[in-house]
Design a protein around this ligand. Structure first.
Ligand code: ZN
Length: 283
């Protein structure tokens, strides 16, 4: 959290509020977010620069600047970017505050402080290990099949591996595997081209629907609450069919949804709708 649909909604909301604006002030309140760069250097390289484009790759937000630099942001677990008027008091979780040339402020809020900012002149190199964009034409059933062929790791873990496909996290990996009827502990090498094909369409459908619904907002802990930059919550959580539903009846067969650990991540699935003889049941 946040995953591709949440980042996509963030970038769509932020783009009209940021493109054309210049950075007129940078207040770094938690320097560790800067990927090792000193706050003074980060500030010096940003001051006066104009944002000329806002884009997404995987779960990264990319802000292209007028001097060829790109400001890359990864929100990790609890990061959020929003635009606020300067007279609105910042919260204790606002760790980076950028004054913009139109008088507004871009604020980075992150209760757990796991997010990362990177200034680079070569974003392609920084993103070189990232797999295909799941909603692009470069992501095909054959590409997915080739990426997981010969891999013994569980398909759930492979989907979380950003070099197989970019942008999936715990929620949408579980939802896509359910829709494809594939057990999350199935080794990658056990999936056929037909399985890959089903999984490929399930990933695309799940992500496209989640983007349309504004992503998922989880009410649970308060700190994992994704909000769009305008403060609006997503609605896709109302459509989760397995994620966060352990013990509840499967919406297809009525049997209980199970939760197990796969690749150190809490994984939700229906053993009836997602059967796999080779998987080790550890519930
Ligand atoms: Zn079921």
């Amino acid at each position: 959290m946040p995953e591709l649909p949440e980042v996509e909604n963030s970038i769509r909301d932020l783009k009209p509020l940021l493109v054309g604006r210049r950075f007129e002030g940078v207040d770094v309140r938690w320097p560790r977010l800067l990927s090792g760069m000193r706050a003074e250097d980060f500030t010096a390289r940003l001051l006066g620069r104009q944002i000329i484009n806002a884009d997404r790759r995987g779960k990264h937000l990319l802000f292209a600047l007028d001097d060829g630099q790109t400001l890359m942001v990864h929100l990790r677990m609890t990061g959020q970017l929003r635009v606020a008027p300067p007279d609105e008091p910042p919260t204790v979780y606002d760790h980076l505050i950028f004054a913009l040339s139109d008088g507004m402020e871009l604020r980075y809020q992150d209760p757990r402080k796991f997010g990362r900012f990177l200034l680079t002149t070569d974003p392609q190199q920084a993103l070189a290990k990232l797999g295909p964009e799941p909603l692009s034409e470069s992501f095909t059933p054959v590409v997915l099949f080739e990426k997981i062929q010969g891999r013994r790791a569980a398909i759930k873990g492979l989907l979380l591996n950003q070099s197989v496909v970019a942008g999936l996290g715990n929620i949408y990996a579980d939802e896509a595997l359910f829709q494809a009827g594939i057990h999350p502990q199935t080794p990658g090498e056990a999936l056929t081209l037909a399985d890959s094909s089903r999984l490929h369409s399930a990933i695309r459908q799940t992500l496209a629907t989640a983007i349309r619904e504004g992503g998922s907002t989880l009410g649970r802990s308060g700190i994992a609450n994704y909000r769009r930059p305008n403060g609006v919550a997503g609605h896709y959580q109302e459509r989760h069919r397995v994620y966060g539903r352990a013990g509840k009846p499967c919406l297809v067969c009525g049997g209980p949804i199970h939760r197990v650990q796969v690749a150190q991540r809490s994984t939700h699935f229906c053993p009836h709708c997602q059967p796999d003889g080779r998987a080790i049941q550890s519930d």
